[in-house]
Design a protein. Sequence first.
Lengths: 386, 74
Amino acid sequence: MTRNVHIAGVASTNFGTLPGRSLQSLAAEAGRAALADARIPPAKIGCLFVGNFVGGIMTGQELLGPIVAADLALANVAAIKIEAACASSSAAVRLGYDLIRAGAEQAVLVIGVERLTGGPRSALTTAMTAAIDQDTEGRAGLTFPGFWGLVMARHAHLYGTTREQVAAVTVKNRKFGAANPLAQFRKTVTLEDVTSSPLIADPIRRLDCCPATDGAAAVVLAAETLVRSCGSPSVRVAASVLVNGPARACDYAEITTHDGTVTAARRAYKAAGVAPEDIDVVELHDCFSIAEIVDSEDLGFFAKGEGGPGVLQAGANRKTVINPSGGLLSKGHPTGATGCGQIYEVAMQLRGRHPNQVEGARLGLTHNGGGTAAAVTVHILESVAR
Amino acid sequence: MNKLAGKVQSYTVIRVPGNAHAEAAPFVLLLVELDDGRRVLGHFSGREPPAIDTRVIAIPSPQTPVFTRAEDVS
């Protein structure tokens, strides 16, 4: 018999440039706050999963599971690091969800953490490209801005998506981020700011790119019975899906349709018994401005090719609000922490406590992608009547 | 030797490369669909990327292939 799984508690550090902070200190701060939010005794935690992508490359620190467990005084727990590039911590949430659903654990703590700032840009680019197949496309010099440059050029060719529509994603998400106290970027930008910023990987420009970010976020997963007995301010996990997609640009039949996202979304909607039009609020993986357009199509919020014009409907006649946290473009993208950070944002929406609150939000969705959308998670969360 | 021949599916220009390609930047990367249906990433002989659907060819290589516009060599 399977059990209902809840997000019992959440926490997030500020996202941004955080000099002097170690991976351990950021992870412990988020983990401690999430446990306090959940009101669940630490002795109930059976596993600690730490989602992290490039901690070893950027800081030299590995073995984050046992180190962070020790800092949180968690004894005799399974404590390991989970890596799925930018989807590391949301993949870890899926593993925790499975353990609780199967009855193997009552509660699991998942922490995502990353430190990306402080080094030269070439070192950061090299670290990020560790998620590109080094036997093939890494050798050709592909970078992630380059991958999304390929996507953007072809999306414009096939569907007529304009430079202004893509730039409007950044403008929208910077506006949302300006009101989010956790966000890295809290200043608004104009279309002209985006379209005149330096080229990084044509046609991708600097303000089409998410920033390098430090930060941590944490999620306490727990069985429904435990949540009720502890009085946790929980939201229910209606679906938790992790799938692989094409791991190389050349593996895509059509690079503007991301198969992993399409499959994960389809499975999540089926598991939750809902449709895209039922979703009130979404935090999706806008690592680049064109990514929000492609993802919003692949998640079913727009027909393929209509995501560009759809950006301009934001806040007007569209029901589903996309990236009210500011998204990766504005809240920031501490890669290994991003998945837990998205779940934090949606959980706060469903609890009615978000700085950019979507009125009456009852169903929320998170979408997190690692590599070339090669590891994709979709979570659907549901508010709990109190 | 059979040449790699196909059509440009998409393009980008890498201006901020990783350390291994620092000296080559900026360079054009092409996603090419070959006539046999395979897709490959390749470099381009010119400084400006060709339009999508342009026919290109390259000499097969164990390294990254370098494509040229087919009309320039026929």
